[in-house]
Design a protein around this ligand. Sequence first.
Ligand code: PMT
Length: 407
Amino acid sequence: MLQDKNIIIGVTGGIAAYKTVELVSRLRKSGANVHVIMTQGAQNFVTELTFREISGHPVVTSMWDRVQEFKVEHIALAQLADMVVIAPATANILAKMAIGMADDMLTTTVLATKAPVLVVPAMNSNMYTNPATQQNIGILKDRGMLVLEPASGHLACGTAGIGRMPEAAEIFDYIANYFAEGREQQDREELLAKLKGKKVLVTAAGTREPIDPVRYIGNRSSGKMGYAIAEAAVKCGAKVVLISGPSSLQPPAGAEFIPVESAREMRQHVLEHFPNTDVVIKAAAVADYRVRDVAENKIKKDDEELVLVLDKNPDILKELGQLKKPGQILVGFAAETQNLLQYAKGKLEKKNLDMIVANDVTKPQAGFNTDTNLIKLLGRDGSVEELPLMSKKELAYIIWQRVMKLL
Ligand code: PMT
């Protein structure tokens, strides 16, 4: 999330400035471009040289520095910033920002930037709880600045109380989460715009092939993956048809729901809806075989052995691959216990798919009847995208995002 983000770190004169060195290091390691501005006070605690080495950039210590890299304009960093972080923020800088002063490089940058500003106060607890400081923090919050509250504990001045700067890891997580949430929001909005009004068909859960009136051949699919995909599409404004084998899940409100039992029933409904569908995602675990002679009555257990002859079921997805018209997108799933990529790639080609979602169902917390899944997305162009373990609901959005790129 932080790759290539320009983070401006303002360091003011507090003992906690040493923690900011670690923060800069973490940010840089995560791919961010970090530029440090130090107030005069800050230079009494940590040297400019330390921040220069850790950030990999010259450090700005004065309005009148001639730092060639920033083309010297005193608002260059303000314009460059994706975020300005002031850590530690002393009572003094809070007061200056609250009244809008611009008497050094840091306050000037804060005043000139349009980027979000994160303030991390750290000071003696009496100074922190003083109504003047609290009022200043309130003013900054009202203006939309982000404030990461200090922790309580032993303070450098020998007292204990609120005022400790949070550890570098906590500040880093706050920044990373901020960008992650922003990105997610942006992605969802883009997806919403693209999926709105599209006709999509999703299949979910396992089919059941009857043996007699009370028994069937089935599988462990719960429907969680397919229902999550259907729900995400409904939320993004698509017209969704969900064709599902038996499942205990509640179908998403707003989807046209067609419950089915067997593979042949599923096939019939899928083929009926396919001609005017933009995207099909087949997450269902369809039974590959059905019993040739389904017993009319419950089979009695008189014999030591029972032989069932199975006939091959139609491969619904393969049929869709043959019927597919230009502009229609076909996405399949591959549930494998071995040779995941090889088998998934084979299905992608054989069934004429645009994308296949490969899940290794032997992995813990992945595959059948789990809330999470571990998947690889294989594209027609030979691309393979490996995603980390995630909830099926989150994965549903990512799958739709990738599908929309194909449309
Ligand atoms: O429902 P959950 O508990 O959440 O579990 C999710 C899941 C593991 C079932 C799901 O993520 C998944 O992998 N679904 C596909 C399972 C499967 O049957 O894979 P397959 O490799 O046998 O089939 C490949 C593709 O062809 C699938 O898209 C399947 O829907 C389709 N197919 C298969 C056989 C058939 N006769 N007709 C088909 O359309």
